[in-house]
Design a protein. Sequence first.
Length: 494
Amino acid sequence: MSIALHLPALQVVIPLVSAPLAVLVRRADAAFLIVTAASWAAFATAIALWLGTGDGATISYAIGNWQPPWGIEYRVDRLSSFVLLIVSGMAAITLPYSRTSIEREIPHEQHYLFYAMFALCLTGLLGITITGDAFNIFVFLEISSLSSYVLIALGRDRRALMASYQYLVMGTIGATFIVIGIGLLYLMTGTLNLADMAGRLAQVGGTRPVLAALAFLTVGISLKLALYPLHQWLANAYTYAPSAVSAFLAATATKVSIYVLIRFYYSVFGESLVFEKLPLPEIMLLLSLAAMFAASAVAIFQHDLKRLFAYSSVAQIGYITLGLSFDSVTGLTASIVHLFNHAVTKGALFLLIGGAVAAVGGATLSRLSGLARVMPLTSFGIVLGGLSLIGVPGTAGFISKWYLILAALEKGQWWLAIAIVASSLLAVAYVWRFVEVAYFREPSADLATRREAPLGLLVPAWILVSTTLYFGLETSVTVGSAANAAAMLLGIGK
């Protein structure tokens, strides 16, 4: 039997099996090799699945040969395959980086546990993306969340424990809301298969239990994706987690949650109910604008570079949800393409900051004074990542904002196009804070003796920086995939 037929199952099984193997070997080097090999295998599998959906096909895989909706189904279409690429690709880049970075941040006897938790987190995120079963989404969400709490708590700063606990409390509330919403949908439809559920909801849409389910799912998922003002857990989690964990979570966790929101809105409840019969677009628009401006303004006044870019993530999530509020092909394309563009940009930034942390022992701006004199590659990479967050032409971030502006102009909302540009000026302000500190101040006596980050930290980071620049010029893969996914979700071209 061809292995290609089982690629959807292998996408989840390979990283899942690597987690207990990493614990059994109890040796850091062996655990690293096992989990890294699993992540690269998952990345290769994601590429194969993405290629398999290139013509608009949907891949359905019945677990245990129990045909849906009676059995659990793994379902891959253009959108889910694109998100699988993001998650597995970021894991494949982050793991080689982590081998060097955790030597300075995590006690050696805990390294194999780090790799095991990383594999479980990867498993959960991939499972959320590929499953076609509503309850499975919740199960995989808990797998990724519980492992994330442990990964964050491994940070050397004692405040990492508090950040992990805060994330646990808010994550548990979000998960509770999600499972209540799923339960209400099951009550009304008698099925947990997402495709079957969508068909049955057409007969009961608009009833109170369905509207309550939509409300519970919206709030629960918004907690997970850190939609303003439900973002309180994010800043501490990204700031105090080990550098590799900050990079991986910033690039993947919130993106997968946004994917779940898109999937429920368009594929389960339906565009008509969510965007035409309810005031959700107006609410999402207001919250998105609040995130874009308020979070960017808060970022300007941060004294820790990791915390600064953590608040930047809240603002960038605002751009993604702003695209959803337009309820158009162009707006949805902007949201989906920004899932990728922000993932590679923010992943690159946190990996580069990790290199600086390894050299100077912290990410406060006072410690980073004169960083460009002794770590020019690290500093220049951070500047390039910052330009992408601003949306400068030639970077991936520009593509996202260009499509957002196009979506606003399509709706005749000139003021929104102006707001997108204005919020980008706030990004200029917080990126300039690093430029001013790194390039226009003298390094301290201690920093002056430091050298550039080791290649084990620089190479993975610069792969992502190069990706940010490449996809700012060549958009056929990112925008093409996003546009196809948007058309599929809106039922255009069927």
